[in-house]
Design a protein around this ligand. Structure first.
Ligand SMILES: [Zn+2]
Length: 494
């Protein structure tokens, strides 16, 4: 039995978003728990598709003593405030110092955290942790598929496992894999680290592992891992981060240095060979709506409002597609989830059946104006429900007051806290069956596919207004490494 401290501090930071991420965002529960410390951590994450839950289950099966320190996450947004970063660090440091001595440390990290005063949020965190626990206590970490892994992160950890799926349906399993690697380290294996940074950024919609080229690349990872007796990852990274170490990476760990380097090189070469394949079609809002309306046949057409995806840091309240549905007189469409806490509160005060004069959405000031109109309140919800799809499975949602509003043929699912529309339970909470919708507009880039793709006759990736920009060549990066390219050509009609 070994004594393992466990902790989590997760944020995916979109540095192009102006709204900073403060302490409140880390304290508040959303799809994931709010900040928890000590033994409360076990209950808070139990059963959820979260890396630390998978680690706990696997480590407990080996009868290790787990010392829970702290776990917190916040919805993707702008840089973490210096105050929040330092406050959470102070809490974590205090817990860790009290837990000492420990034999190992497991960290549940995102890998793309940027704070106001620190570009490499995880690298700095690991350096501070090392200063407390010393150079010899093993640290293993589980990372998000969108981690921008820096050389510092590699140097300061003994091993890192990374989600293999986008939609992330294997978050818990990634934690389990971290526990397996730690078991090898505890058994005395010395793991060589191989690491490569890839010199181009990949737009989020084409990082999906359900489609090529990443579907085949992820199979290659698993094959090389089996054949080479290594732990290996392709990590596509989070492109909306203007930092030096932004971008995809390859990492591998194994007892045989030459074999481990060979696996990493093979994956690096495979990624470079697919460079031009990380691309696809982007639709304008007008074209997507007219295509959907002209399309005949049964089944749902999904419009992925990728650039307003809160899961990539966007506001989740833009109205471009909503305006377009009204302009083209869509007879039957449903939009989820539009963040407008004031509209949700007004709907709750008025009650089901009431008609409200509202200017809905777009309070972030991004994109088209709020949509003024007479909305009927059709359903209300308290935002408390459990995720049922593969991505949010078991997550206890806390989205605040919710309402289903109708404007002619269009239903809008309004929420008080922004959250990516990636689970059918979000719709059922307001008595909507997503499978019966002719046009479904989802504020999501890729995660929606886990629970919605099987309903879809067609999926259109729409580039309406929003801060989760798909065409990276439009962004003005200043800090990327020399030679890193953002300009994969996209097939679009913009
Ligand atoms: Zn991710």
């Amino acid at each position: 039995m070994v004594r393992i401290a466990i902790a989590g501090f997760l944020h995916e930071t979109n540095t192009f978003v102006q709204r900073p991420t403060g302490m409140d965002a880390f304290l508040t529960a959303d799809a994931w728990p709010g900040l928890v410390q000590g033994a409360a951590l076990f209950d808070a994450v139990a059963g959820a598709n979260i890396a630390i839950a998978g680690f706990i289950k696997e480590a407990a099966a080996h009868h290790h003593e787990l010392v829970p320190l702290l776990w917190t996450s916040a919805n993707p947004s702008g840089p973490v405030t210096q105050h929040a970063y330092e406050k959470i660090w102070a809490m974590l440091a205090c817990e860790l110092e009290q837990a000492m001595p420990v034999d190992a440390l497991f960290l549940d990290l995102h890998g793309a955290m940027v704070a106001e005063h620190i570009d490499d949020g995880e690298g700095e965190l690991l350096a501070r942790i090392r200063a407390i626990i010393g150079p010899d206590v093993p640290i293993v970490a589980a990372l998000d598929f969108h981690a921008n892994i820096s050389p510092r992160m590699v140097a300061l950890t003994d091993a890192m496992t990374v989600y293999r799926t986008y939609p992330h349906v294997d978050m818990s399993d990634t934690g389990r894999r971290a526990a397996v690697v730690l078991q090898c380290i505890q058994a005395g294996e010395r793991l060589h680290k191989a690491y490569r940074q890839i010199p181009f950024l990949i737009p989020l919609p084409w990082q999906c592992t359900l489609i090529e080229p990443l579907s085949a690349l992820m199979h290659l990872v698993e094959q090389l891992e089996r054949d080479g007796n290594v732990s290996a990852s392709i990590v596509p990274g989070f492109p909306l981060a203007d930092i030096y170490d932004c971008g995809p990476t390859v990492i591998a760990y194994g007892a045989d240095a030459a074999a481990t380097e060979a696996v990493a090189q093979r994956l690096f070469d495979a990624m470079l060979a697919q460079r031009d394949a990380f691309s696809g079609k982007l639709w304008s809002a007008a074209q997507a709506v007219s295509h959907a309306l002209a399309s005949s046949g049964d089944g749902t057409i999904i419009l992925a409002d990728t650039q307003d995806n809160p899961g990539g840091g966007a506001a989740g309240d833009t109205t471009d597609i909503l305006h377009e549905l009204v302009r083209q007189r869509a007879p039957d469409a449903c939009i989820g989830l539009l963040c407008d806490p004031a509209a949700a509160a007004t709907a709750h005060a008025a009650g089901v059946g009431a008609t409200l004069e509202l200017a809905l959405g777009a309070h972030s000031g991004i994109g088209a104006a709020p949509l003024a109109g007479r909305y009927i309140v059709e359903a209300l919800g308290n935002g408390q429900f459990t995720g049922t799809g593969p991505f949010y499975l078991g997550c206890k949602m806390s989205l605040g007051a919710m309402a289903r509003l109708r404007l002619d043929g269009i239903q809008i699912l309004v929420t008080s806290h922004k959250q990516q529309a990636a689970d059918q339970a979000m719709f059922r909470h307001l008595d909507v069956d997503p499978a019966r919708q002719r046009i479904l507009v989802l504020k999501s880039s890729v995660h929606f596919r886990a629970d919605f793709a099987r309903l879809a006759r067609e999926i259109l990736i729409v580039a309406a207004s929003g801060e989760n920009v798909a065409d990276l060549a439009q962004l003005r990066y200043k800090k990327l490494r020399p030679g890193v390219s953002t300009g994969i050509e996209l097939e679009g009609h913009l």
